[in-house]
Design a protein around this ligand. Structure first.
Ligand SMILES: NC(=O)c1ccc[n+]([C@@H]2O[C@H](COP(=O)([O-])OP(=O)(O)OC[C@H]3O[C@@H](n4cnc5c(N)ncnc54)[C@H](OP(=O)(O)O)[C@@H]3O)[C@@H](O)[C@H]2O)c1
Length: 329
C-alpha cells in the first residue's frame, strides 16, 4: 500500500510517499481502507519533535517518539474509510462498513490502510456524512470534550472560547453550547459568521477588541489555540474560575501551582485520555444535528507536504483533510 512516511524529524519536506507493507488485522482488529484522514497540529508537532516548544519538550517528545529517528514512520491519527477485513473475534464491524476512527499516538492514518482494535476509538459513520467530514470529527472534538469536561460544563455557566476558529475551538464552541453554557467566542474578523453559526451566544473580534479589558468575567476561559495566557486572562475569570489550556509547558507548571494556591485554577491535564465512548458521544451529537466538523481545505494524499505546510501556518479554520483514493493493494 502507499503511505506517507518520514525517517527524520524536521519540516514538512521530510514527508514522502512510499510503498510499504499493508497491515494485517489481529484477531480483535478491523482493517480499514482509508478514504480520508486529517492533518493535525499533533502530526506537525510530532514530525518536528516539538521543536517550537523548547528544548525540554523536544527531548520529551523524542523520548516518546524515538530518540534519534521516529519509531512510527507513518503519521495521521484521524481517519474515515471502509472496513476491508476483520479479525476472527470482531463482532461490531463487518466488511464494507463505513467507519471513522482516532488512532491517537499509534498514528498510521496517512496511508491507504490501517488496523484499529474493535474496542478502540472507532465507530460507524453517521448516515449522510462524507468520508472527509467523518475524518474531521475527532481531532478537535475529542480534545475539546476532554478539556471542557474538566471544567464541569453546565447550563448557565459563562464560558469564553479563545481561538474559536481552530479545530479545537470550533468543536469547543459547539460542545459548550450543547452543555447549555453561555458561550462567548473570540476569533478573527473573517471567521465571525462561521463561529456565530456554530452556536456562540456572542462573538468578539480579537483584532478589534481585547476581551481582558471589557470588564466581563467568566466561569471558564478555554484557550483553544494556545495563544493566550493565564496571567493575562486572570482578571477576566470569576472567583473559582478555570483557565483551560491546550498547549505550553508553562501551563503544566501553572496547573500544579494553582491546584494548591489561589482560587482561580489552570487546568491542563495531559496526556488526554480519549475513549470509544467519547467517539460515540460525538457521533450521537452529529446524528442529533448538534455537532459538525468544520473543514477548511482538502488535499489529495500526494499533496501531503503542502497540506502540512498549511497546517503549520496556524491559520486553518477547523480541519485540513487528505483525500485518499487507494489502489487497494
Ligand atoms: N489538534 C491537535 O491535534 C492538538 C492536540 C493537542 C494539542 N493541540 C494544541 O492545541 C492548540 C490548538 O490546536 P488546533 O488544531 O485547534 O489549532 P488550529 O486549528 O491550528 O488553530 C488555528 C486557528 O487559530 C486561530 N488563531 C491563530 N492565532 C490566533 C490568535 N493569536 N488569537 C486567536 N486565534 C488565533 C486562527 O485563526 P486566525 O488566524 O484567523 O486568527 C485559526 O483559525 C495548538 O496549540 C495545538 O498545539 C492540538
Amino acid at each position: 500500500m502507499r503511505a506517507v512516511v518520514y525517517d527524520r524529524y524536521g519540516p514538512p519536506d521530510v514527508l514522502r510517499l512510499e510503498d510499504v507493507e499493508r497491515p494485517v488485522p489481529k484477531e480483535e482488529e478491523v482493517l480499514v481502507e482509508i478514504r480520508a484522514a486529517a492533518v493535525t497540529r499533533a502530526d506537525c508537532a510530532t514530525r518536528e519533535a516539538n521543536r517550537r516548544s523548547g528544548l525540554a519538550v523536544t527531548l520529551l517528545s523524542r523520548l516518546i517518539s524515538g530518540l534519534r529517528r521516529p519509531r512510527q514512520r507513518i503519521l495521521g491519527s484521524e481517519l474515515a474509510g471502509v472496513v476491508e477485513a476483520v479479525g476472527a473475534a470482531v463482532t461490531e464491524f463487518s466488511v464494507g462498513d463505513h467507519v471513522f476512527a482516532s488512532t491517537g499516538f499509534r498514528f498510521g492514518a496517512h496511508a491507504e490502510f490501517v488496523c484499529v482494535p474493535e474496542s478502540a476509538r472507532i465507530a460507524h459513520i453517521p448516515v449522510g456524512l462524507s468520508f472527509e467530514e467523518a475524518a474531521a470529527v475527532c481531532d478537535g472534538g475529542l480534545n475539546a470534550l476532554w478539556c471542557l469536561r474538566q471544567a464541569d460544563p453546565q447550563k448557565g455557566k459563562m464560558i469564553l472560547v479563545y481561538g474559536a476558529s481552530g479545530a479545537i475551538g470550533t468543536a469547543g464552541v459547539q460542545l459548550a453550547n450543547h452543555f447549555g453554557c453561555d458561550v462567548t467566542a473570540v476569533c478573527n474578523t473573517k471567521n465571525l459568521e462561521l463561529v456565530k453559526s456554530l452556536g456562540a451566544d456572542r462573538v468578539l473580534d480579537y483584532t478589534k477588541e481585547d476581551f481582558t479589558r471589557n470588564g466581563q468575567t467568566y466561569d471558564v476561559i478555554f484557550d483553544a489555540v494556545g495563544k493566550h495566557s493565564f496571567r493575562r486572562c486572570e482578571g477576566s475569570l470569576k472567583r473559582g474560575g478555570r483557565y483551560l489550556a491546550t498547549d505550553g509547558l508553562r501551563n503544566l507548571i501553572l496547573a500544579l501551582w494553582t491546584s494548591r494556591f489561589g482560587d482561580k485554577k489552570v487546568v491542563f491535564s495531559i496526556p488526554p485520555r480519549y475513549t470509544k465512548q467519547d467517539v460515540l458521544f460525538l457521533k450521537g451529537l452529529i446524528e442529533a444535528g448538534s455537532y459538525r466538523a468544520v473543514i477548511d481545505r482538502c488535499y489529495p494524499l500526494e499533496d501531503v507536504v503542502e497540506a502540512a505546510r498549511y497546517v503549520e501556518t496556524e491559520q486553518k479554520t477547523g480541519n485540513v483533510i487528505l483525500t485518499i483514493t487507494g489502489r487497494g493493494t
